[in-house]
Design a protein around this ligand. Structure first.
Ligand code: ME8
Length: 527
C-alpha cells in the first residue's frame, strides 16, 4: 500500500438540517466515482465525508423538533450513514464536527490564530442570514434579501472576533495565478476575483455570542467559533492534524481534490485557502466546483413540493441508473435539470436501447454463431475494424482527459461514444449477412471486436456503475480479474481465450413504460 500514491478526496460536510435529496447527494456520488476511478488507476485513494453539526441553524431545527441539538444530530448522522450505505458510497472516514477529535483541534487552531494576530477582537454590526449563518452588507443583498438563499436577513450587533482576510488577499491572487489547476472549472476563479477579491476582501467575523451550539473559544468561552471556520477545518482534523497521531495527515495532506457545490464556492476558494496559508499549510491541489441539479420551477424545496429523494429512484430503477442520471445530468458550465420525463427518457434511450441492447445483441450473436465461445481473431482487420479500434481508444483517451478535468458528465459521454460506435459497427458489418454468406473470417473479427470494445465500456464504467459493469463482464464471460483492470485497456487487443458468453443474455435494464413511470415519479414527489 505504501508504494501507491496517495489521493485524498473530500466532500463538503453536510448540514444535517433535513433529509438529503438528489441534489445534495450529487457531491458525494461524484466523490465516490472519483475515488473508485483513482483506485482503478492504482492510487491509494482516501475519501472523507461527514456532517457539519454546529451553528444556529441546527440548534433551531432541533428545537423545532423538540430535541436537544446533540440528540438531533446523532439521529441525523445515523440517517446520513444509512443513505450512503444504500448508495454504496465507499468513504473511508465520516467526520462529525461535534466529535472531540474535531472540537479540540478547532480550539487549538483558533488559539493559534489569536497568538499570531490573524484573529483580533472587534464589534460586528450587520445584516445576518440565520439559515446561511452569514453576515452581509447592505450592498451584498439582493432585493433586500440574502444573496445566497433569498430569505430575510435581520440586523445584528455583537462583540466578535475577526479574521484578518485583507492581509492575505494579494497572496491568494498570486496563488491562483501560479496554480492553474487549483480551481476547476476555470471560470469560477474569474468569479471569485471579480465578485469578491477585487472589490476588496472584508475581514471575516469568526465568532458568535448570540447562541452557544458550537465550539467554545477556549480563552473567551462566551464566544463560539463561527460555523464556517469550525466546518472548513474538518478536512484536516479528520486526518489527525495537530493530534497525537497525525499519520494520516502526513500521508494524505494536501488534498488532491475537494469537491464542493457552487453555493459554497466562496468559502472554499477564498476563506479556506487563506486559513491554510495562515496555518502555514499547503493548499489542496484542486478544488472542484460543481453546478446544481435544478427542477423546472427552480430549486428543490419541501415547500414547493418538488423534492426528489434518492431512495425514490433507487428503489424503483436501481442504484446504477440513479447514479448515472445524477452524474450525467450536470454540465460543466450550467445547472442540470431533473424532470421525470428526462429521467425516464435517459433510462430508456441511454441505458436500455444503447447500452443494454448492444450487450444483449452481442451475447445473442455469439451464442447463435459460435455456441457462446468468443472467436479468436486472425489479425487480418478491415477498415471497419480498424475504425472501431481507433474510435474506442480515442474515446478512452478523451475519457481520461475529462476525468482529469473532473468533468463527470462528459466522461460518461465518452463511454457512450464507444457504445454508439459499437451499435453503428453492428449495422455496418451486418453479422447476420456475414453468417449467411459464411464469411467466417469477417464474422470472427466482428464478434471479437465487439467483445473487446464492450470490454472497454465495462472497464471504464466500473467507477460509475459498478453493478452494471460487473454484469457486462459476466455476460461476456470475462472472469479474469486482470481483464477488468485499468492496465488491460492500455492497448486494444487482449487475449480473450476461453471467454464464453452466458447462454441466455439478461437485459441490463428493462424498458420502462414512459407514461406510467412519469406519472409514478410525479406522484411520489408530491407525497
Ligand atoms: O453547504 N444540486 O452543507 P449543505 C447539487 N455544511 N448540489 C447541491 C444541491 C443541488 N440541488 N443542493 C445542495 C453545506 N447541494 C455546508 C458545507 S463544508 C466545510 C460545509 C450541495 O448540506 C451543496 O452545494 O447545505 C454542497 O456541496 C452539498 O450539497 C452539501 O450542502
Amino acid at each position: 500500500m505504501e508504494s501507491k500514491k496517495p489521493f485524498y478526496i473530500t466532500t463538503p460536510i453536510y448540514y444535517p438540517s433535513g433529509k438529503f435529496h438528489i441534489g445534495t447527494a450529487y457531491t458525494t456520488v461524484a466523490a465516490d466515482a472519483l475515488k473508485r476511478y483513482k483506485l482503478l488507476q492504482g492510487y491509494d485513494a482516501y475519501m472523507l465525508t461527514g456532517l457539519d453539526e454546529h451553528g444556529q441553524k441546527i440548534e433551531t431545527v432541533a428545537k423545532e423538533k423538540g430535541k436537544e441539538p446533540q440528540e438531533y444530530v446523532d439521529q441525523m448522522a445515523a440517517q446520513a450513514k444509512k443513505l450512503w450505505e444504500t448508495m454504496d458510497i465507499k468513504y473511508d472516514d465520516f467526520i462529525r464536527t461535534t466529535e472531540p477529535r474535531h472540537e479540540k483541534i478547532v480550539q487549538e487552531i483558533f488559539d493559534y490564530f489569536m497568538e499570531t494576530g490573524d484573529i483580533y477582537k472587534g464589534e460586528y454590526e450587520g445584516l445576518y442570514c440565520t439559515p446561511c449563518e452569514t453576515f452581509f452588507t447592505e450592498t451584498q443583498l439582493v432585493d433586500g434579501k440574502c444573496p445566497d438563499c433569498g430569505r430575510e436577513v435581520k440586523p445584528m450587533k455583537e462583540e466578535a472576533y475577526f479574521f484578518n482576510m485583507k492581509k492575505y488577499a494579494d497572496r491568494l491572487l498570486e496563488y491562483y495565478d501560479s496554480h492553474p489547476d487549483f480551481i476547476k472549472p476555470d471560470y469560477r476563479k474569474t468569479e471569485m476575483i471579480n465578485n469578491f477579491i477585487k472589490p476588496g476582501l472584508e475581514d471575516l467575523c469568526v465568532s458568535r455570542t448570540s447562541f452557544d451550539w458550537g465550539v467554545k473559544v477556549k480563552k473567551d468561552p462566551k464566544h463560539v467559533v463561527y460555523v464556517w471556520l469550525d466546518a472548513l477545518t474538518n478536512y484536516i482534523t479528520a486526518l489527525g492534524y495537530k493530534s497525537d497521531d497525525d499519520t494520516l495527515f502526513k500521508r494524505y495532506w494536501p488534498a488532491s481534490v475537494q469537491i464542493v457545490g457552487k453555493d459554497i464556492a466562496r468559502f472554499h476558494l477564498i476563506y479556506w485557502p487563506i486559513f491554510l496559508m495562515a496555518l502555514g499549510l499547503e493548499l489542496p491541489k484542486t478544488i472542484m466546483v460543481h453546478n446544481w441539479i435544478m427542477m423546472k420551477d427552480g430549486k428543490m424545496s419541501k415547500s414547493k413540493g418538488n423534492v426528489v429523494y434518492p431512495e425514490l429512484l433507487i428503489d424503483r430503477y436501481g442504484l446504477d441508473a440513479t447514479k448515472y442520471f445524477l452524474l450525467r445530468s450536470i454540465p460543466v458550465s450550467q445547472d442540470g435539470l431533473f424532470t421525470p420525463e428526462e429521467f425516464v427518457e435517459r433510462f430508456n434511450i441511454d441505458l436500455c436501447n444503447d447500452l443494454g441492447n448492444l450487450v444483449n445483441r452481442t451475447v445473442g450473436m455469439i451464442n447463435k454463431y459460435y455456441g457462446g465461445v468468443v472467436p479468436s481473431y486472425s489479425g487480418d482487420k478491415n477498415d471497419q475494424d480498424k475504425d472501431l479500434e481507433d474510435v474506442t481508444l480515442n474515446h478512452k483517451y478523451e475519457f481520461e482527459n475529462k476525468m482529469e478535468e473532473l468533468q463527470f458528465s462528459n466522461s460518461l459521454g465518452e463511454i457512450w461514444g464507444i457504445v454508439s460506435r459499437c451499435n453503428k459497427y453492428i449495422d455496418e458489418t451486418a453479422p447476420w449477412v456475414l453468417a449467411k454468406e459464411e464469411n467466417k473470417e469477417k464474422l470472427d473479427s466482428a464478434m471479437y471486436h465487439l467483445v473487446q470494445s464492450i470490454r472497454f465500456v465495462a472497464v471504464l464504467l466500473q467507477p460509475f456503475m459498478p453493478e452494471t459493469a460487473e454484469s457486462i463482464f459476466e455476460q461476456l464471460g470475462i472472469n479474469k480479474p486482470e481483464l477488468k483492470e485499468w492496465d488491460s485497456i492500455k492497448e486494444y487487443h487482449t487475449d480473450l481465450k476461453n471467454a464464453k458468453v452466458i447462454e441466455a443474455g439478461k437485459p441490463l435494464f428493462a424498458r420502462l413504460d414512459k407514461e406510467q413511470e412519469i406519472e409514478y415519479i410525479k406522484k411520489e414527489m408530491k407525497k
